[in-house]
Design a protein around this ligand. Structure first.
Ligand code: SF4
Length: 532
């Protein structure tokens, strides 16, 4: 066989296929700059493409097809084409139908036992738990399967073998990736026994303590990297390494390389490239947030002045105009650096998360950000009750939040606001304060995400609560969040409030109804004139 690549970076399914995976692109950029011959392969978007081929769906569909499935299959090619063209944003109704058709079509795949479910952003296996080491082992050993098996065997394995890699690294950041990733790793191990198999990513890093106690649960991998993978992968590419667990990097890279991750391959009205100006969170104070409670890597930021140059270089290299900052919260110095380069950045557009910082209530800065291409900002309000915000450690005030929303609205920067219910000790009055805040500021809120709080079991907020955690039926706690009867009650009270009171408000319902289904903020950015 011809000499192959040194490192192949792989993104396993299943996550939303809205844009290239930044984690892979950052590692690829780093390794290539160090002289390593590396490639990246996004098996997530490729799996969706494979499963959404009309002839495959027709073959998989049951003999008696219901009307919505028949329509979905008939409109499949048209729906995919619409969602990958600017025309997607001309009619919200057509956009919604296209998303619905693709999602309905995916419902054809139920797996061997009929208990699996794949959507455009989610994957569930009714018979196997991603939190069970035993189930993960069954997948890796080929004793169980997922609905991705055929894609792995027919398309992915030959594509990997053709690259003849010395090392394959799987990036596992979300729970929905775990079962497919372990199945894929087992298939790779059997098909390519000499290859070094490495796993890393936020999901596995969050299990660090448990995994270190039970390394046998991680077969078929040869190595596991906790935290950022740059230096560990470089070492593995250059030398024989004995340790199973490898420490993540302290030196972090910010320059992605999207080679092999074509931006126009994704379900997006126009290509959008992800980038980040920081890793971790500069605030780290919110008691409910994994970034504060169980961070998977330390906070680091790019030099602010370098961020506009990075944006311009990526736009030039990949011929893309739209960008998604994936920072947990864009630091204010970075926002100021972008604003200062507004003339250079004119013609580009970008969005990302910010905190409700007082600086964003200043119209001069916000006007400059709009001129620098800022099209939408995502903001975690969480609650309209000041006592809840204080209790959560948000470090923001309801008054500042109102002022920021008003300034952004006046400047024409869309806002995507996140609120939560079911916060421990939240009273009926607190919930109503949130409702009132949303109604009073409805004109300034473009899009809304209504969530029910998941409570990390390590959080101070969980103190005194029954520490029941998802375990996948085994001893070791693998779930990050509390479960159990009390938690279910808290969640169902919150759900009732959202359904019966919050959504009874016409102003709030209007905002919720214009929020793009499934792709949410990934596509909201394109609907730049919020519809009322
Ligand atoms: S600002 Fe956001 S990322 Fe940072 S701790 Fe709070 S919720 Fe988490």
């Amino acid at each position: 066989m011809a000499e192959g690549v040194s490192v192949l970076l792989l993104q396993p399914p299943a996550i939303k296929p809205a844009g290239p995976p930044l984690g892979l692109a950052v590692l690829l950029g780093y390794l290539r700059r160090q002289g390593i011959e590396a490639q990246a392969l996004d098996a997530n978007v490729a799996a969706y493409r494979y499963l959404l081929q009309p002839e495959r769906l027709v073959a998989m569909a049951p003999a008696k097809v219901n009307t919505s499935l028949r329509r979905a299959i008939k409109n499949l090619a048209r729906s995919w084409a619409l969602l990958t063209s600017p025309a997607a944003c001309r009619s919200f109704a057509r956009y919604q139908s296209a998303v619905q058709h693709l999602n309905t079509a995916l419902g054809v795949y139920r797996g061997v036992d009929g208990d699996e479910r794949l959507t455009l952003g989610d994957y569930r296996h009714g018979g196997r738990s991603e939190f069970s080491p035993h189930n993960l082992q069954q997948l890796a050993a080929g004793e169980a399967s997922t609905l991705f098996s055929a894609y792995f065997a027919e398309e992915l394995l030959p594509a990997v073998a053709a690259r003849n890699p010395r090392l394959i690294a799987l990036s596992i950041n979300y729970r929905h990736q775990l079962l497919p990733a372990f199945e894929l790793a087992g298939m790779l191990r059997r098909a390519l026994p000499g290859v070094i198999l490495v796993a890393g990513g936020g999901m596995l890093t969050s299990w660090r303590e448990e995994l270190e106690k039970a390394s046998d649960a991680l077969l078929p991998f040869d190595h596991l990297v906790f935290g950022p993978g740059e230096e560990a992968l470089l070492r593995l590419a250059n030398e024989e390494v004995g340790e199973f667990f490898l420490e993540g990097s302290t030196c972090l890279s910010f320059e992605p390389d999207f080679s092999g991750l074509a931006p126009d391959d994704y379900l997006s009205p126009e290509p959008v490239l992800p980038l980040t100006a920081s890793r971790g969170c500069y605030w780290k104070g919110c008691l409910f947030c994994p970034e504060a409670v169980a961070p998977t890597h330390p906070y680091r930021s790019c030099a602010p002045a370098e961020v506009p140059d990075l944006l311009l270089a990526l736009a030039q290299q990949w011929q893309v105009r739209h960008f998604h900052f994936t920072d947990n919260a864009l630091p204010v110095p970075v926002l100021k650096a972008l604003a200062a380069r507004r003339e250079d950045l004119a013609g580009l557009s970008w969005y990302g998360f910010v905190r409700f910082e007082a600086a964003l209530a200043e119209s001069k800065l916000v006007d400059q950000l709009a001129a620098a291409g800022c099209r939408m900002l995502q903001l975690g309000l969480e609650s309209g009750s000041q006592s809840v915000l204080d209790h959560l450690g948000k470090g923001t005030s309801v008054t500042t939040a109102a002022a920021v929303l008003s300034t952004l609205h006046q400047t024409g920067i869309a806002t995507y606001v996140y609120v939560m219910f079911g916060i421990p000790d939240e009273t009926e009055e607190d919930r109503r304060a949130t409702l009132r805040f949303l109604e009073e500021h409805a004109d300034a809120i473009g899009y809304l995400n209504l969530a029910i709080m998941n409570l990390p079991h390590q959080s101070e907020l969980a103190a005194g609560r029954t520490p029941t955690v998802e375990t996948g039926g085994e001893k070791a706690p693998r779930g990050l969040y509390l479960t159990g009867a009390a938690e279910q009650q808290r969640r169902s009270d919150a759900r009732r409030f959202i359904q019966q009171e919050l959504l009874a408000s016409p102003a709030i319902r209007t905002i919720v109804n214009r929020t793009p289904p499934l792709f949410t903020s990934d596509h909201a950015f394109f609907f730049d004139k919020p519809k009322g």
